[in-house]
Design a protein around this ligand. Structure first.
Ligand SMILES: [Zn+2]
Length: 87
């Protein structure tokens, strides 16, 4: 198995980026989280996770929190928060 650590891919259960590719399921890439041991599918879980985080980031920003604090609060890279807010 190939170890993958990607900032744009997070475990749907614990949010960890410490995941490995683990074959395919119904044509979609399946991943295994090395931190919590759960399997998840890349597209469905990741996008769901990402959209919720993005909404939360925008809400915090609207409430006056700065980007660095948002990144720390949501455990996402500062660059990602910046992209969400500037989009
Ligand atoms: Zn996990």
């Amino acid at each position: 198995m190939k170890l993958v650590i990607r900032q744009d891919l997070a475990c749907s259960s614990c949010g960890s980026h410490h995941v490995v590719k683990s074959g395919k399921s119904a044509g979609r890439q399946k991943y295994l989280c090395r931190d919590c041991g759960k399997y998840f599918l890349a597209d469905a879980s990741y996008h769901h996770h990402s959209r919720k985080l993005r909404e939360e980031a925008l809400r915090l920003y609207a409430n006056g929190m700065n980007m660095r604090a948002i990144a720390r609060t949501l455990s996402v890279p500062l660059g990602t928060v910046f992209t969400w807010i500037k989009r």
